[in-house]
Ligand binder design. Structure first.
Ligand SMILES: Cc1cc2nc3c(=O)[nH]c(=O)nc-3n(C[C@H](O)[C@H](O)[C@H](O)COP(=O)(O)OP(=O)(O)OC[C@H]3O[C@@H](n4cnc5c(N)ncnc54)[C@H](O)[C@@H]3O)c2cc1C
Length: 494
């Protein structure tokens, strides 16, 4: 283990320099940094020292791509900018950044895909950005996939396709695998193959004291447990992930919509979904859209099976009401994912989730439809949706990983979208509506919420995200980050 000197404030400045991290400075600044080092006035931390310790670039606010790199997916938080961004090229860069920030009392945060719903991957201090560490290597003999800590769904799609293999990934290509897997990870494969975190075999993590640990079922198993459902931003910075992949063949994908007899269609779809084989992955949405009268109910998803098998599943629903729009196609898995995927461009939105233990009652369905009909309206849309759970997710007990929400029928959420053109009062009126709707749904669903749909408005969020696993998570936090270096407004406290 490395010897690390400390003083009261944490890692000492002398220790950081002695480890060689700051010494390159005497040889002069790298070319790319000249013109970037600004404001060396009193109190300004020595950015040049950090820059010299990195293999990757250090971006300061006057760097041409600073704003673009700093921008979060959630546009309402775009004005919260860091003082600098360390574009890490290696685990050593992550380690040097973590130690340097503590040596100079600069707050730090990890950034991978930048898709935190609450904009939590930014800080007034140093953003430690691992997005350039996005390699994905698959061993053809074992099917094991090794990912850099900054890989995105997009990189997984590209690397897995030639091998005809997959993991449980998300639909949005720009989402970071780090955020996805560390908070659980839902996707259309989860009922057949488990959550993203269920396929994780090993991860590397840089801790506050600068150690880089391998975590798996045998080594540092407490951290490995925590990284499967509660790892995002709480314990350290993950620099690599090892997944088991599974083979994929032909799939049938579907995208269907209804605008009539919505309560009956909802009920029939729910009954079909809750008794469907694990090969079905499905999302149901009810949307109120600006400028469009009435509501639209739609389903999107995949069946690891044939068109005939899907038709048989949907027959009872079609007997109630035929869809007004229908696309059903059979194709190879990775073509199917292109059909299902979305780019996930930055937007203004607020999403509030609830896990649902069992089938929604007619009263719950009526509440959903009534609330959406009473949507005050923005220039975009409001959506209530559920993602079908069950199947392989429930093969593990809630305490076996930090993802406590096993045994649920679905995860539901309400998404409110708007644009910069919507006046502030209108957005506030919509936010009030969203809060009331979210509160009203608790009696039909549960008090648990998805930690990856992280929600700055959620009351009692530690219980909502981690339930009975919270006490153990706090122990892991105390053991590995006793000074609470890794923190954000809803992080796990020491
Ligand atoms: C358009 C969109 C689509 C989505 N689709 C899905 C989906 O299909 N399934 C699903 O489960 N979720 C989905 N989500 C939610 C998503 O999983 C979370 O928002 C996730 O946290 C995003 O990860 P990120 O790396 O992109 O985000 P970031 O904003 O970079 O990070 C999220 C959190 O993790 C921390 N973090 C980032 N990198 C690291 C690291 N290397 N080590 C430790 N901590 C780190 C950050 O500090 C922050 O607290 C979606 C979100 C969006 C916006």
């Amino acid at each position: 283990m490395d010897k690390i000197e400390r003083h009261d404030a944490g890692i000492s400045r002398r220790a950081f320099l002695r480890r060689g991290a700051g010494l390159a400075l005497v040889a002069g600044l790298p070319g790319w940094l000249s013109g970037c080092v600004t404001r060396p006035g009193s109190g300004s931390p020595p950015w040049a020292e950090l820059a010299a310790s990195l293999q990757g670039n250090l971006l300061l606010p006057d760097a041409p791509d600073f704003r673009q790199v700093a921008a979060p997916w959630a546009l309402q938080y775009a004005s919260r900018l860091p003082q600098a961004i360390a574009m890490c090229a290696s685990e050593a860069d992550v380690r040097n950044s973590v130690l340097w920030a503590q040596a100079y009392d600069v707050p730090l945060v990890a950034r991978s895909g930048g898709h935190s719903y609450a904009g939590y991957s930014t800080t007034p201090g140093l953003m430690i950005n691992v997005s350039q560490m996005h390699s994905v290597d698959i061993d053809p003999a074992t099917g094991v996939a090794r990912l850099g800590g900054g890989a995105r769904n997009r990189n997984v799609y590209a690397a897995c396709r030639p091998f005809g293999r997959a993991v449980t990934h998300g639909r949005c290509k720009e989402v970071g695998v780090a955020g996805l897997v560390l908070g659980g990870g839902i996707g259309f494969n989860m009922r057949a193959h488990g959550l993203t975190c269920d396929g994780l075999k090993e991860t590397r993590i840089v801790l506050a004291d600068g150690r880089a640990l391998t975590c798996n079922a045998r080594e540092n198993s407490d951290l490995f447990w925590a990284c499967r459902g509660a790892g995002g931003g709480n314990f350290g910075i993950n620099t690599g992930f090892t997944f088991e992949t599974f083979e994929v063949g032909d799939y049938t994908v579907f995208d269907l919509a209804w605008s009539d007899r919505l309560p009956e269609v909802f009920d029939a779809l729910q009954a079909m979904a809750l008794s469907a084989p694990d090969a079905l992955g499905m999302k149901l949405s009810v949307v109120a859209r600006a400028g469009t009268p009435g509501l639209t109910l739609s389903i999107l998803g995949q069946l690891a099976g044939t068109r005939d098998q899907l038709d048989a599943l949907l027959a009872p629903v079609f007997a109630v009401q035929r869809p007004s729009k229908q696309t059903i196609e059979s194709m190879a898995y990775w073509d199917a994912q292109e059909f299902l995927s979305e780019e996930g461009y930055p937007e203004y939105s607020h999403e509030r989730s609830r896990f649902v233990p069992r089938s929604l009652s007619p009263a719950a369905i009526a509440t959903i439809l009534d609330e959406l009909r009473a949507w005050p309206g923005t220039s975009v849309a409001a959506t209530w949706k559920f993602f079908l759970m069950g199947g392989a997710i429930d093969r593990l007990a809630p305490a076996q990983t930090a993802f406590v929400h096993r045994g649920n029928a679905m995860i539901s959420s309400i998404e409110l979208e708007w644009t910069a053109q919507d006046p502030r009062e209108r957005v506030e009126r919509n936010q009030l509506w969203l809060s009331r709707f979210h509160d009203r749904m608790e009696r039909y669903t549960s008090s648990y919420c998805y930690q990856n749909f992280i929600d700055p408005a959620q009351q009692d969020y530690l219980h909502a995200y981690y339930g009975e696993n919270l006490a153990k998570l706090r122990e892991v936090k105390r053991r590995h980050d006793p000074k609470n270096v890794f923190r954000y407004p809803q992080s796990i406290p020491v």
